[in-house]
Design a protein around this ligand. Sequence first.
Ligand code: TEU
Ligand code: CA
Length: 560
Amino acid sequence: MKKTWWKESVVYQIYPRSFMDSNGDGIGDLPGILSKLDYLKDLGIDVIWLCPIYQSPNDDNGYDISDYYEIMSEFGAMEDFDRLLHEVHARGMKLIMDLVVNHTSDEHAWFIESRSSKDHPKRDYYIWRPAAKDGGVPNNWESFFSGSTWQYDEATGEYYLHLFSKKQPDLNWENPEVVADVHKMMKWWLDKGIDGFRVDAINHIGKADGFPDDPHPEDKSHNTGYRLFANLPKVHEQLQKLNREVFSRYDIMTVGETSGIGPREALLYVDENRDEMNMVFQFEHMSIDSGDGGKWDVQPWSLPDLKQIMSKWQTELYGKGWNALYFNNHDQPRAVSRFGDDQTYWAESAKLLATFLHTLCGTPYVYQGEEIGMTNVAFDSIDSYQDLESLNFYKEKVSEGADLAQVLKRIHDKGRDNARTPMQWNDGPQAGFTTGEPWIQLNTNYMDINVEQQLLDPDSIFNYYKKLIQLRKQYEVFVYGDYQLILEDHPEIYAYVRTFENETLLVILNFFGRTPTFQLPDCLHIEAPELLISNYAVAADREIQEITLQPYEARVYRLP
Ligand code: TEU
Ligand code: CA
């Protein structure tokens, strides 16, 4: 297996709007990030992934870009970015940017020109269609953010396609001029010295020829049309070209966001011989708690499901392509609330999930606040929510006459604002995030959960993450070891062995609040193992044939 820096790295994801505000306007910004670089270095982070910081009217907090060559005014100026990049590098860290090229903002100059007339040279930068024969929308495709993917535009009497919000028109990747302009823009940033890209919604850049109706609108596992605009062969053609003409010319890392695939399809993106991307964010483990009652319906998840999914990814990619590991990001609820217990066993379960994240084969991604165990938030009223996906969902449900308490419950469980409340730096006013009014309400638990307090506590979640990250650097087996599941059918304990050259790790994770007994399988003969890390004090006893585990207990042993 080829060894590279991005396999050995731990990535930290920053959602700039909610990270640190430097000037009291309530909005996180680039100087704010700059002021926290030493904090990230102390944690042991190698790479920072910055969510979009380009000029944007913020319909979707920067995922709607109106100018790829400018910094969002609220976040600062290009000099702030250059200084940030310089200071990241000065600390021996790297920085990757979010690349949003499935769509732009409707306020991007290209779209303004495109919509101006049917024969404008930029018309085909976007996807325009006349009304269907019945005079309605061109097909039955549904947007990720509710409603049709088609928006009627008065000026020319046609519809444009938007898989996300109507202020995020999809670029037309069939147009070679679009492709050339995107490549040019990427090179411009890479020439500045950035270290790679997280490639947003890249599996959606190809759409089925002729824009046919989805024949299965009754299938609610995805929005209608999904199968006709996700992971099509066209996407791979573009990625191969992108790799040839852009990625391969720089020493960078690339991670694509690709929902709707299993490991077999993932290998089309990440097989080291195919030259597309280094790794992808898959979504299978994010759906183990999805019920079949439509968007954001939650059901209890089961550990055997999680084991089955993670084991499949671990074994099928091993030696061929690389995994991206995550349980949190800016689109998902907080993992400690979702897969742990944010009440009784808050710290224990946060550390358990951290252990899992750092002991699998792949590159771990830590999302801001995860390293201190930040939790979900449940605002009382829809008026406190900011995310357009939640707001659109609520509106749609209101128009359907749904039970609004139920709808708010779904938003509490799954809405994206769970991940977007401000970073909790201390227990002072506004958690130290801003001296002004934050753009979104804080989670009121910042008195108990904050960075300042955890830096002082050797047993904190923060210090546990720090230790795990150090261990990954100390022992290659954490990074490169293979993966072998043991106790496959155990409903509460997740355990596995990692082996690389002559090093072996044994990972034991009790995923719930009970006290099951771990039995070492007969096939493993182990003497005098060394305990590398655990989230409870463990007696000096080195006997591990049989262990009664504490709630959410996690242990990692190194076997001689
Ligand atoms: O998310 C896109 C995204 O999650 C879809 O590509 C995915 O296929 C779908 O949600 C699966 O259920 C990214 C960003 O992470 C998000 O914040 C943006 O709102 C979105 O793209 C639009 O840019
Ligand atoms: Ca600010």
